[in-house]
Design a protein. Structure first.
Length: 134
């Protein structure tokens, strides 16, 4: 399944940039630290590479471990929730509602002390709408 990678943390290391240039695969400038949506740039890039039929390989192992949980852990704040919704909308304009509900159900135990399930879903849909309006 092409969205199986949603369950992993990734580091992107590019060895053959010629293939990426030939297929015109670029990072989406709306996503990433300092951008409008603060997360998901690597996942969009990998999905674009997959859709362009680039050769991709998975090599297990930790390359970098960030001690700061703001950049390496799951955060449940409004800005990140909107970013997640935008990420899901970017990955699939048809499946994003299912992805939002799936994420909200799977991660409920992690955010239930901060806010409700419906608030989580609301923020992600808000982010998806913001993405579509960009």
């Amino acid at each position: 399944c092409r969205f199986y990678c949603l369950t992993f943390n990734f580091s992107v290391k590019i060895y053959r940039s010629i293939t990426i240039i030939e297929k015109k695969v670029l990072f989406n400038t709306l996503f990433g630290l300092g951008a409008k949506f603060p997360l998901g740039e690597y996942l969009i890039f990998l999905t674009d590479c997959y859709n362009a039929e680039s050769n991709m390989y998975y090599v297990p192992g930790v390359i970098v471990k960030h001690p700061d949980c703001l950049h390496s852990g799951i955060q449940f704040i409004q800005n990140y929730e909107e970013g997640r919704g935008a990420l899901f909308a970017c990955l699939s304009k048809y499946l994003f509602p299912f992805m939002i509900f799936y994420f909200a159900i799977r991660k409920y135990s992690m955010y239930k002390n901060k806010h409700s399930f419906w608030r989580e879903v609301y923020f992600m849909f808000k982010g998806a709408i913001k993405y579509f309006l960009c």
